[in-house]
Design a protein around this ligand. Structure first.
Ligand SMILES: Nc1ncnc2c1ncn2[C@@H]1O[C@H](COP(=O)(O)OP(=O)(O)O)[C@@H](O)[C@H]1O
Ligand SMILES: O=c1ccn([C@@H]2O[C@H](COP(=O)(O)OP(=O)(O)O)[C@@H](O)[C@H]2O)c(=O)[nH]1
Length: 238
């Protein structure tokens, strides 16, 4: 059997993708399907850290947060990521994957705090680590949290699992003529203002020479294909 391309990865799961076809919240069959795919790669020995978004529950820049103080809304968004992290941990457990949740926000009764050396220890022991609470700071996103934690743990790649199957020349949900890139540089993503990830996340990964692979969370087997080094989605390179 062929070997996985990567030994340690940071997987970013879109919060909104957890909704499935629902209007908000966590869709049961969607989270089960996602965890089946994650369990498959955890079981072949890939060291896996996960950052999950919160947009399915609360987003600081959403219409629902209009009129609210932005920082307050962002703290609500960060707390939403903690809820998603606990749901993911529970679902992973049902698929035989032991994981630990570490949060950038202190919620002592619920999750352990983020301690870098402890997370490295878990990864060495092949336990999946879920990073909750984003970066712990308002005005940031969980994409930036993924770039930050990915760099901190020495991941070889950030895998962005999202609703679209890669990076397009413009938003494919708005422009039917948008074309898919198989490869694109960080500088091109930033200068063309491709909004699949925010510029802070792109810049951090570029400076740390940490590639990003963008692929669809809804495409069966896509995560495994990325892990095995097969062509899937878009690679963002230096
Ligand atoms: N150039 C682009 N290529 C691909 N997707 C894009 C682009 N510009 C904007 N998008 C949008 O980015 C979204 C993916 O962002 P993502 O952060 O994963 O979603 P979420 O906000 O739920 O986490 C897609 O749903 C797509 O509509
Ligand atoms: O470091 C962070 C990460 C997240 N958030 C807040 O949490 C929300 C949910 O995160 P995100 O939008 O990145 O989730 P996703 O797009 O993956 O669903 C954001 O809108 C922000 O309000 C934040 O303030 N700081």
């Amino acid at each position: 059997m062929s070997e996985p391309k990567f030994k340690r990865v940071l997987l970013k799961l879109s919060g909104e993708a957890l909704m499935g076809d629902d209007q908000f919240g966590i869709n049961r069959s969607t989270i089960i399907r996602m965890t089946e795919e994650i369990a498959e790669i955890a079981k072949i020995g890939v060291e896996l850290a996960i950052v999950i978004g919160g947009g399915n529950i609360f987003r600081g820049v959403a219409p629902g947060a209009q009129g609210m103080d932005r920082a307050t809304a962002d703290y609500m968004g960060m707390m939403a990521t903690v809820m998603n992290s606990l749901a993911l941990q529970d679902a992973l457990k049902h698929h035989g994957v032991e994981s630990r949740v570490q949060s950038a926000l202190n919620l002592d009764q619920v999750v352990e705090p983020y301690i870098r050396l402890k997370s490295l220890h878990y990864l060495d022991e092949k336990r999946t680590v879920i990073f909750a609470g984003g970066t712990g700071n308002p005005f940031f996103t969980t994409d930036t949290a993924a770039a930050l934690r990915g760099a901190e743990i020495g991941a070889e790649v950030v895998l962005k699992a999202t609703k679209v199957d890669g990076i397009y020349s413009s938003d494919p949900n708005k422009d039917p003529n948008a074309t898919l890139y198989h490869k694109i540089s960080f500088d091109e993503c930033i200068s063309r203002r491709l909004e699949v990830m925010d510029a802070t996340a792109f810049a951090l990964c570029r400076d740390q020479k940490l590639p990003i692979q963008v692929f669809s969370i809804n495409k069966p087997g896509a995560l495994k294909r990325v892990i095995m080094g097969e062509q899937e989605g878009t690679l963002v390179h230096i």
